[in-house]
Every structure is written in C-alpha cells, then in structure tokens.
Design a protein around this ligand. Structure first.
Ligand SMILES: [Zn+2]
Length: 879
C-alpha cells in the first residue's frame, strides 16, 4: 500500500472495540515453512461498543485455513477471510468462542515482524502490529486478554519458551514435543512472544523483596554462554533497584531473556520473555567496549522496567506510546545514574537528545511527544517519543518535587494496574498527589518543537541587584504554525566572578529550591544582596529540553567552566565556548581567512585537566570531547556546508592538541590501567579519557599520536582500548591504517557483532574515498542487507555518522543511500524507513547539496512498489 492511499489514524477518532477477548488459547505447531496456528478466542460484546456490530479481526499476509464458532465449523456465508482481515458478520450477542486456524511461513518472513527465524531460532516480534501476522486478532493495545500458549515442535528444537509461567511439557509421537505456557496477567497482543530453538543459557534465582523465588535466565546461541553473564547480573541489579526506588516487585515465577541476531530494534519487553537484539546482551572484555557494557545494562533494565510501565499498565492506543516509552527511558536513565556517575550519565543523555531529537524537532518529521495523527505507527518509535518523552518526566519531577513524584507514581500503579491508560490519566495522578494544577505542563505532550530560551541579565553594583529576564519562543513545526509558551523549570545559580556561589535572594521567593518556573512568554526576576557581579548558571542539570541563548561572553562562560558547582553546566560552558570558536572558524573560512583559536580555551582546559583529569576521568572525557560536526551544524542552522564545518573543527582540535601536547602526553601515561579488565564506571572513565586524550594528541601531532595508537592497538587487552586506537588510526590515510583494519578483521572474522564495529568504523571515515570503500564492503562475505545490525553498521553509520561523505557536494552519497533504501524496502520496510530518516535535516543544507538530497528523496518517493513505512517518511520529509 502507498502512504498517500493509507488512511490517517487520528487520536480524536478513538473508539473502544465492539467486542472484548477475555482469554486466548493458542496452539502453535512450529515448522520452518508451514507453521500452523490455532487460536481459540473467548469473546463477548463490549458494553462500551456498538451492539450487534460485525467482528472484524486484523490480519497481515495470513493464510486462512478454517474457522469455527463455539466448536462448530462456520457456514461459508457467516464470515469473510482475506490475508488482511477476518470478518464474522453476525456475532452472537452473548459470550462465544471463535476458533481460527491459520498458516504462516516463518522462513520467508524477511520483515522480522510476527513469527520469523533468526539463525534457525524461531522468534517473534509483535509490537506494534506483528501479532496480526501470526493470527487474526483485535490487534490493538486496549484489548487485554489472558493467554495460554501450547507450542509444538520437532525435538531438534528442544527449547520452547512462551509468556508467563511454564505449565506443562512433554514428548509426543514422531519426534515431536510440546510445552504449555500460561500468563495470568491480562495483556495486549503486542506483548505476546514465543521462542523455539536450540540455545545455551545462564541462569540464577532472584529472591524478591517479599521473599518469592524467581528463576531468571538469559538464552544465547551455543558457544556464547559466557558472554551472557553481564546481562544476567544487570537484570538482577535492575530488579532490585525497581523494588528499592519505585517499590515494584516482579510478578511471575520466571523471567527469560533471549538474544537473537536478526532483530529490527534494540529489544522487546514481551511479558516474562524479553527478546533482545544480541548486541544488547553479549559482552566480553575482548569483544565489547565499555559503552557496549553500559548500553547492555541500560537496555536490560529498560525492558525489565516495562514489566510495570508498559505491561501491567499499558497504553490505551498507540498515540500514548510515550506513556510507556518516555517513562521507562526516564526510569532506565535513573537506574544507570545510580549505578554510575549521575552528572556523566546526564551529559551523555543530553548529547543523545541533542543529536537525535533536536534535529527531528526542528525538521519536517517534527511531531509532538504524543502525536495526534499517524499513517504508519512504526515510524513513531522516535527520539521525540523516547528521549523527549523521558525529559518530560524529568520536568514533571522537577515541578512537583521528588516526594510528590514518588507519590504520584504509586498512585498511578495503584489506580491503573491491569488497564490500558492515557497520558491524561497519568498526569492526573501527579496533580492529585501534589495538589497542583498540571494542565499547563501537559502542553509539553501536545506541542512539537524545541523551545528557545533566552536569558538577559543586568547587574547594578550600586544597588547590589541582578535583574534576570528569561523569555521563550518556539518556531513553527508541520501542522502547528502557532506556538504557546511552555512551562519551563529553570534550575539556576549565580556564580560570582571570584568563583563562589552567591545566595539567591528575591523579594517573592521566586527561586526557592533553586528553580525558577517560566510559564509565560517572559519573566523578570530581581535578585537582591548580590555583592559582586554574578555570572548566571542557567538550566542546571539541563532542567528542561530547551535551547538556551545566553548573553554571556566567553570569559563569563570560562568562569562557569572553572567554578560552577553544577557539573552539567560546567561541562556545558566549555562546550558553548568551543562551539562558538568553531562557528567563528567556519565563518572565517568562508570569508577566505584562517582559523583562530583564542588562548583562553586552551588555558582553561589545561587548568581543568591539571585539577580534575585524574580525580574524575569520566567527566574529563566528556569535557575533552568537543562538539561534533552535527552539533555545529545545528548551531549554524541553515545553509550548512559540512566540509567547512569539518575543516574548522579539525583546525580547532589541531590547535588545542598542539597547545596541550605536553599535558596530554603526560596524562596518557598516567591513565594506563594495570589491573585486570573490569567494565565498571571507574575503569571505564579512565579508558574513555585516555582514548580522548589520544585523539586530541593525534590531532595536534599526527606522527606522535599515530605511534602511540599503533602501540595501544597492538598491546590492547580489551575492546575499548583496541577500538579506541583503531578509531584514531582510521583517521590517518595510509598503510598503517589498512594494516590495522586487516589485523582487526583477521582477529574477529567469525564474530559478526564485532565485525559491525569494523564496518561502522570504515563507513565513518571522513574522506572522499569512503563511499567507494562502503560500496566495496557491500559485497564483503560478512555483510548482509538482510541482517539489520549489519545494515545499520555499514549503511546507517555512513548516512548518520559521516556528514561530509553522506552529504558530498556531488550528491553521490545521497544517491547511494537512496539506492540501498530502495533495495532493502521490499524485504524489510522498517529498517529501510529508519534509514530514510537520515535525510531529515536536508533542508538546512546549502543549495547545491539541498538539491541533490531532494532529488534522491523524490526518486525514492516515485518508486513502485514502495512500502507504507518508507513512503510515509519521504513524503513528510519532502513536504
Ligand atoms: Zn521501551
């Protein structure tokens, strides 16, 4: 179907279903090409629906076999069945059972939605609408049913897993066997899952706060068992944390995680049976970086936390997706903050928000955290729903305070457990718990676009007052030309030029608790008893998802960098200064001049490294990591020339690397670790800084850096050091680079997940030969477009992480990615559609590149056939 023909689904059209399905009994006979599914549904008319309506069940590419009503075969005129629909024309108006038999082909399922095979393992993915590819159903999140699943398979598929608790298992004739799973908790169809395979596992017993024993296990492909231990440990830490911080206990007798190699997304929170992209499960010192370990910990926790925020309380409709995703991302961010360094985690999360969500919010794909209309729901699993959705929970917590926030969460769990809820119902719990009117706050869910917050300050030395005026605007976004002011909690402080934190005194107590709430277009506040000229530290901890325009000089910012007591703003101050310097360098290059780097920044970084590098290396690594090209592009905003940005940024790094050469070389030695590898935050911080130091050192002195990188590569005892060195080497064209790439390949040739790093690194090299290199790698034996991880590693990295080459002046980068999208689309529209969002900032490019991007998008849009997924993205991108 083409998107222009696809119906628009609107929030205001929501209607309850005409029928309810109380129980679902499934019998699934696994077979590689002809899997038989018999679904017995216990239905009854919904008192809230239309009496006497026909019953229309969703399907998608299903082969209908037979249907029976209350045990008797249905007459031919009683129903119609097509691959997309099963309609029972005149359903009984009292409870009845409908039994439908269908047939599906898991081996031919390249879309990886519904039941498919990953390296021989049967697995499922049902969110958002994959269950209808297994059997006909009311496939929407507000239909909650109790499931019993009987799985039958040949004995060469010994492991049979389902949702809930194991109920029964045994042998059958003819080399077959079966297992029955029963899930007592009513759930929507998108949380259904089964797995069938021959897998290895690690397991443990987790004792809940109330003393119940839960068998927890992680299943992986044979030979990878040892690499699953970290995930199993992370799971148990997450289970404990949710008890301690949110009072949430696990509710089944077992919790299983299965890692598969072919998966469209990161992971899926199916009740009691999470299915994971193996990238977010498998880890060892030799194959995973510190970041991989941190991501595994976060994703394992995220999916586990869904058990309450998503599963026990689910979403009424897909417009409420942020109800489970934004909230659960917030919860996993908090978990990681408690497990590691809170400020460093905050900085990392804000980097993700700015690089993934801000461009979305500023471009043609902008949409509110709770959209009001969609054509293809799979395209709304976005950074806006997830990352900005999490920021809104943080804003809410700041507005009502920590205690009221926890009380509101308790109320939400108590009131809505076992139901499909809405954002309004969620917010009402916090309004009730805090006694506050939160109607203005709820605008955050409705209005797209990132608010721009401007701050202007004036110090009156004679009166010892400081007058601060905050104002906000939000630019128009598609379908929302007019914007209203948002409720923005601005956490703030005043830092004196002498470096000390000044007290916040106002006549009306406007900034009690260090937070000033801006809820109109503008607000002015006067601080009294300000004994010295202050530098305001605003939006501390990034207290709201806004873009901050400051009237501070570089020197003011360097005061914050040196003295701010808020670590986030300390980091931010250095980033802002560096951004300004690079933007000025871009302007200078455009005007035919040369790049100037003021000595102030180099000096300030030097002092900082002396004082903090060894004390807080993880934080220092964030400071040393300069704004990326995409950050600079976002700051410039329009007429972007990626080559100019790249050249300017490189020159600034070169200058800093030279100015700090002595310190960097010394630090590089000091940061070496003697102890055996551990992925813990302390060691990971040291390695992150050491690799950052190596990068900057090499920017300033290529020959010296290259020699160090080469030695680090050869001596590395873990993936973080090895890949860190290889990244540095990859930037220097020549034989050393090619030899290192070859050595890396030889070492890991049988390890697909590690080869993804090898593909991604090569696709990210910012030089003219990279496009040819990527094209060559397409036919590498280890590459396959049918595996989403491989595609994301090679093509995704080229399109999303290599601005100069994707946006080449000759348009060849755009044309290449368009070709791949068109090639991939018939087999896997979801991954193709994700890839096509790489074009989302095309309108900000300079005219030549813009024209090439538009031509590529128009070529995709004109292709037939084209999936609804891709058509939806390119049509909106072109609008
Ligand atoms: Zn999630």
């Amino acid at each position: 179907m083409r998107a222009d023909n696809a119906p628009v689904i609107r929030l205001e059209d929501y209607q309850p279903t005409d029928y309810l399905i109380d129980t679902v009994s499934l019998a699934i006979g696994l077979h590689p090409t002809e899997t038989r599914v018999t679904a017995t549904l216990a239905l009854r008319p919904n008192p809230a629906g239309h009496a006497g309506a026909s019953l229309a069940l969703d399907g998608d590419e299903l082969v209908f076999v037979s249907a029976a009503l209350d045990g008797s075969p249905l007459a031919a005129d009683a129903y119609t069945a097509s691959p997309e629909k099963f309609v029972l024309h005149r359903p009984p108006q009292q409870p009845f059972t409908l039994t439908i038999e269908t047939c599906v082909n898991p081996t031919a399922n390249t879309k990886l939605m519904g039941l498919y095979r990953s390296n021989g393992t049967y697995c499922t993915q049902c969110e958002a609408d994959g269950f209808r590819r297994i059997t006909y159903f009311l496939d929407r999140p507000d239909v909650l049913s109790v499931y019993t699943t009987r799985i039958e398979a040949d004995t060469d598929t010994p492991l049979l897993l389902g949702n809930g608790n194991p109920a029964e298992a045994g042998a059958l004739a003819e080399g077959r066997h079966f297992a029955v799973w029963h899930d007592p908790f009513p759930k929507p169809s998108y949380l259904f899952a089964i797995v069938g395979g021959d897998l290895d596992h690690v397991e443990d017993v987790f004792t809940t706060a109330s003393g119940r024993k839960v068998k927890v296990a992680v299943y992986v492909e044979r030979g990878k068992r040892e690499r699953a231990r970290y995930a199993l440990d992370a799971l148990q830490r997450a289970m404990r944390w949710d008890e301690e911080v949110f009072g949430r206990e696990y509710d089944l007798d077992v919790f299983n995680i299965v890692a598969v190699s072919a998966f469209n997304m990161g992971a899926m929170e199916n009740k009691g049976l999470n299915i994971f992209n193996d990238k977010y499960v498998l880890a060892s010192a030799d194959t995973a970086t510190d970041s991989d370990y941190a991501n595994i910990e976060a994703v394992i926790a995220h999916e586990y936390f869904h058990n309450w925020t998503g599963n026990r309380i689910t979403c009424r409709d897909w417009f409420q997706l942020c109800l489970k995703e934004g909230l659960t991302v917030f919860r996993d961010q908090e978990f990681s903050s408690d497990a590691r360094s809170r400020p460093v985690k905050r900085i990392a999360d804000v980097r993700v928000l700015r690089s993934a969500q801000f461009p979305e919010d500023a471009g043609p794909l902008a949409h509110p955290v709770r959209p009001r209309a969609y054509k293809e729901i799979n395209n709304f699993y976005t950074a806006t729903v997830y990352e900005k959705g999490a920021e809104l929970i943080r804003v809410l917590k700041t507005l009502v305070g920590g205690q009221h926030f926890r009380r509101g969460m308790d109320l939400y769990f108590e009131r809505h457990d076992g139901t499909a809820a809405t954002i309004e119902e969620f917010i009402a719990c916090f309004a009730e718990a805090s006694g506050r009117d939160l109607s203005a706050f709820s605008q955050w869910y409705e209005q797209a676009g990132t608010p721009r917050l401007s701050a202007r300050g004036r110090y009156d030395a004679g009166a010892k007052t400081y007058t601060l005026t905050l104002a906000q605007t939000t630019l128009p976004t598609p379908d929302q030309p007019e914007k209203r002011p948002m409720v923005i909690p601005v956490a703030l402080g005043l830092i004196g030029e002498s470096g000390r934190e000044l007290p916040l005194t106002t006549a009306d107590g406007a900034t009690d608790g260090g937070v000033l709430v801006l809820d109109g277009a503008e607000r002015t506040v006067i601080f009294t008893d300000v004994v010295e000229r202050p530098v305001p530290s605003l939006l501390r901890g990034f207290s709201a998802p806004a873009i901050l325009d400051l009237d501070l000089t570089d020197d003011d910012l360097l005061v914050l960098f040196a003295h701010d007591t808020d670590a986030f703003n300390q980091w931010q101050a250095a980033q802002t200064v560096a951004t300004r310097i690079i933007v000025r360098a871009v302007d200078a290059l455009h005007a035919g001049g040369t790049v100037q780097v003021p000595v102030g920044l180099a000096q300030a970084l030097g002092h900082f490294l002396d004082a903090r590098a060894l004390r807080d290396p993880a934080f220092a690594a964030q400071v040393l990591s300069l704004p990326g090209e995409a950050d600079i592009a976002r700051e410039i905003g329009e007429n972007i020339d990626p080559e100019a940005i790249f050249t300017a940024r490189k020159a600034v790094r070169e200058t800093l690397g030279q100015a700090l050469a002595g310190k960097l070389a010394h630090l590089y030695g000091e940061l070496a670790i003697d102890a055996p590898y551990s992925p813990d935050a302390a060691q990971a911080g040291k390695r992150a800084l050491r690799n950052g130091v190596l990068g900057l050192l090499t920017a300033g002195d290529a020959a010296r850096g290259e020699a160090l990188a080469r030695a680090q590569f050869d001596a590395a005892t873990n993936m973080t050091d090895r890949l860190g060195a290889l990244s540095v080497l990859s930037l220097v064209a020549g034989e050393a680079r090619e030899a290192a790439l070859q050595a890396f390949y030889d070492r890991y040739r049988d390890d697909p997940l590690v080869l993804d790093k090898w593909f991604a690194l090569q696709a990210s090299i910012p030089e003219a030969g990279t496009l040819e290199r990527v094209k060559r790698l397409l036919s590498h034996p280890a590459f396959s477009l049918s595996n989403p991880n491989r595609t994301r590693a090679l093509i995704g990295s080229f399109a999303m992480a290599n601005l100069t080459q994707f946006a080449r002046a000759d348009g060849a980068g755009f044309a290449f990615v368009a070709d791949v999208i068109l090639q991939l689309d018939p087999a896997n529209p979801q991954v193709a559609s994700r890839l096509s969002t790489a074009f989302r900032t095309w309108k900000t490019l300079e005219p030549g590149r813009r024209a090439h991007a538009e031509a590529a998008l128009r070529r995709i849009a004109a292709a037939t056939p084209l999936s609804q997924d891709v058509a939806d993205i390119v049509t909106r991108s072109l609008a």
